[in-house]
Design a protein around this ligand. Structure first.
Ligand code: PGA
Ligand code: ZN
Length: 424
């Protein structure tokens, strides 16, 4: 039974304030959760409440969200069983009353929602992944490691926001992580040798300025080889283009000039012929539904096409995407929709419709590792949580190591099975 709920303002990985919540139960257990924050946020995301007081944290304080937890939510939830997640989340939506969580703030609601789940798991003496996923939670996701950062996450000239490696050939998550870390270090050497910057972007990947977006893939290919792995079998590639960010006045301003939807799709088709790319996220803008359907018709049988800003983990938008075959996978970010229940609903809808899911961090993160457990709980088979470096990123990968260890011989690494359409 929930006995107390407290919240506080803490710092995220970019040095901006975010919300942390603790939920205490009458049996003495406590669940704690911290809320992440995006930079290339979708226009249709639930609202992250910020104070706007320029005198504190450049207006980014979250004292209002913190007081909403303590003054408007806490009292209403006292006496609930922590295991009544759905009722609790519905109650918070009721109190909020808006369609985008702008009254209480998605950061306030999500903090409570996740802390409730963690308290309930503690109280049931179960690891979070097992509490949420039950006895069938055993699939370790492929880590989609973002080792080269561009777009809104870097100060470079690279348009594409994320270049990821997916170690599908590894026999276990533990070996997949080693593979990724070794390639990461090899990439640093390659960049150094070429006189390119080894400074980092927001998600721990390198952020050099480059002559083209494709040259990022060439550098990664070189690093994969230098690390002693085979591109296309041990490791395949993925990108998050985050195209909404450079969609201006109806055109994609990419590599210095405006491009049409069709030109972008043809560009991706060529790229996928040249490199072993298994997954492209947000190749087009969040408003370009027709473009997404065209892209999926043309390339969807070969590669995974992932909606992030397009779907914003929102069952209504995912429903439209399914109806219009606008993609074949959903990026899942808990704070885009703002409660655990709705996140689970989004995943469930996607999976029942034959869409894949990729669990995801935000560019602004904390030491909270909930998404690692969530990925295993729902059997996503894929997680993206940045480079295999920087504690805000590796905290999640390290938690997956613990989960794999806990599962022992019951653990199965998703590997190439995460991308059934991909054939080398
Ligand atoms: P964001 O980036 O957290 O800054 O939105 C992550 C992504 O676009 O996938
Ligand atoms: Zn994205």
């Amino acid at each position: 039974t929930i006995e107390a709920i407290v919240a506080r303002e803490i710092l995220d990985s970019r040095g901006n304030p975010t919300v942390e919540v603790e939920v205490g139960l009458d049996d003495g257990t406590i669940g704690r959760a911290a809320v992440p924050s995006g930079a290339s946020t979708g226009a249709f995301e639930a609202i992250e409440l910020r104070d706007g007081d320029k005198g504190r944290y450049l207006g980014k304080g979250v004292e209002k969200a913190v007081s909403n937890v303590e003054d408007k939510i806490a009292d209403e939830l006292l006496g609930y069983e922590a295991s009544e997640q759905r009722l609790i989340d519905e109650k918070m939506l009721d109190i909020d009353g808006s369609s985008d969580k702008s009254e209480l703030g998605a950061n306030a609601i999500l903090g409570v929602s996740l802390a409730v789940a963690k308290a309930a798991a503690q109280s049931a003496e179960l690891p979070l992944f097992r509490y949420l996923g039950g006895p069938n939670a055993h699939l370790l996701p492929v880590p989609m490691m973002n080792i080269l950062n561009g777009g809104a996450h870097a100060d470079s000239n690279v348009d594409v926001q994320e270049f990821m490696i997916a170690p599908i050939g590894a026999p276990s998550f533990r070996e997949a992580l080693r593979t990724g870390a070794e390639v990461y270090h090899a990439l640093k050497s390659v960049l150094k040798k070429k006189g390119l910057s080894t400074g980092l972007g927001d998600e721990g990947g390198f952020a050099p300025s480059l002559p083209s977006n494709a040259s990022a893939l060439d550098l990664i290919a070189e690093a994969v080889q230098a690390a002693g792995f085979a591109l296309g079998t041990d490791i395949v590639l993925a990108m998050d283009v985050a195209a909404t960010e450079f969609h201006k006045d109806g055109a994609y301003v990419f590599e210095g000039s405006p491009k049409s939807t069709e030109e972008m799709i043809n560009y991706y088709a060529k790229l996928a012929e040249t490199y072993p790319i298994v997954s492209i996220e947000d190749p087009l803008s969040e408003e370009d539904w027709a473009g997404w359907s065209a892209m999926t018709a043309q390339l969807g049988s070969k590669i995974q096409i992932v909606g992030d800003d397009l779907f914003v983990t929102n069952p209504t938008r995912i429903g439209r995407g399914i109806a219009e075959s606008a993609a074949n996978a959903v990026l899942v970010k808990v704070n885009q929709i703002g409660s655990l229940t709705e996140t689970l609903d989004a995943v469930d809808l996607a999976h029942r419709s034959g869409f894949r899911t990729m669990m995801s961090h935000r560019s602004g993160e904390t030491e909270d590792v909930t998404i690692a457990d969530l990925a295993v709980a729902v059997g996503s088979g894929q997680i993206k949580t940045g480079a295999p470096a920087r504690s805000d990123r590796v905290a999640k990968y390290n938690q997956l190591l613990r989960i794999e260890e806990e599962l022992g011989s019951a653990a199965r690494y998703a590997g190439a099975g995460a991308f059934p359409r991909y054939r080398t």
